[in-house]
Write a protein that binds this ligand. Sequence first.
Ligand code: CFM
Length: 548
Amino acid sequence: MKTLDEEKSGVGIEDINPDEIKKELLSRYPTKVARKRAKQIVVNKVGEDGEVPEILANTRTTPGIITQRGCTYAGCKGVIMGPTNDIVNITHGPIGCGFYSWLTRRNQTRAEKENFIPYCFSTDMQDEEIIFGGEKKLRQAIQEAYDLFKPKAISIFATCPVGLIGDDIHAVAREMKEKLGINVFGFSCEGYKGVSQSAGHHIANNGIFMHVVGLDDTVKEGDYKINLLGEYNIGGDSFEIERIFGQCGITLLSTFSGNSGYDQFANAHTADLNLVMCHRSINYLADMMEKKFGIPWIKINFISAEGTAKSLRKIARYFDDPKLIDRVEEVIAREMPEVEKVGAEVRERCEGKLAMLFVGASRSHHYQLLFNEIGMQTISAGYEFAHRDDYEGREVLPDIKVEADSRNIEELEVEHDPERYRPRKNAEEIKKLKGQGITFSDYKGIMFEMRNQVLVIDDISHYETEKLIEIYKPDIFCAGIKEKYAIQKSGLPLKQLHSYDYGGPYAGFKGAINFYREIDRMVNSRIWSYIKAPWQESPELTAKYAWK
Ligand code: CFM
């Protein structure tokens, strides 16, 4: 029997010319498509001054290409608002859209009282509503949900047909808010609104900011008050992060939106610092909260043990209190030995193995750090729907061309709140913190942290995926459920980084340990080499099933 290493050719980054591969990937496309894809497939090159190449992103997928992307409604309802536990989220549309937003994302919660996450609320539009309008049915659905559950708030999500027939969900929301005396608000997040789910993030950020954030001015007890933005508690990640904050004595007011609810959002503006975990999905809210209430934001990352330690130190430095600084160091010192022990053990078996990561946005970046911790390299990565700033860093923001598809999404005009705007740090303090290496309102992007010569690919197609696997023969491919079985059939393990398969948490210290062990099992298992499609072992089957 061959050893595992003999079965795999073990191609290294050094052995392959990425420009040649790019040429090969493009060679199958019609000229016009190839020209566009050429700008979305980039060979990474980080200059000495940190400069990175330009990439084309957040642009329409060419019809006919099998993309990984989802729709605007998925980004708004599924991603940002879905994890909230005590808001009744009603999908206004045909039942199919509702079904696919029903607990398929593994966002967990520990709701104290109400938990509506396991429910799927839909107006179940039929032909009649499509032809004569669905506002009446929406009104009835809101009333029914209210009568049954008496929630604090109800939100409405528009699906494609709602926009096409012109139902005014916002007028219905206003009317029902008045009638029921609870907060009712709508999101015009029709699936077609943008080029991907990214548009839905922006719409959700606007809605939650306009309708909920700032409604409750109560100043809560606790030191070092923060919000965690862009963490959705997939597989229990938020629970692990909350555990760490608890140990450090950091007060978490609100998470947008993992393990969080209406009251937390309403009160979030009383925090002293916003932490941004997933930049893509929530940067709008961070910027708006800073403008309106004066809360600064910093980019942090709790994926990877190093990232977690670094982020905690950043928070401690921001609050500039020796008590917190010491406590954070104690927590890191207590947690790290176990992480390092498991890491070293796993590293022996994983060192030098290759990973590819193609997930929505942030995770393709953050998980590279976890792989690095066990000695694995990322040979190619990219985002489904992120924007140029997530690749190249926020300094390119002024250069990003706003196209018609993005112009569709409202940019809110935000000003200082006349009474409640309060800068959390004065100019001198900010200067001091910057001197200590803290950067505010900034994200450097994925390319900056990737090796030269690796392929960075935006909105990867299924054809490109198969080609890359054939050429690079990576040890693991990270993507989602749509890719999972197709890729596994090629004899390669696929780790779902959206839902985590059935695993997690992977955030924080304990999460890092879980991830190391899981990847060790996956890349060092022989099981994939035993899988052979019937026609690989019995070629005559090909003939039997052929047309003629
Ligand atoms: Fe942010 Fe996410 Fe992601 Fe995302 Fe998503 Fe997700 Fe994702 Mo799936 S908010 S961008 S829209 S980190 S659902 S929790 S895993 S594609 S990489």
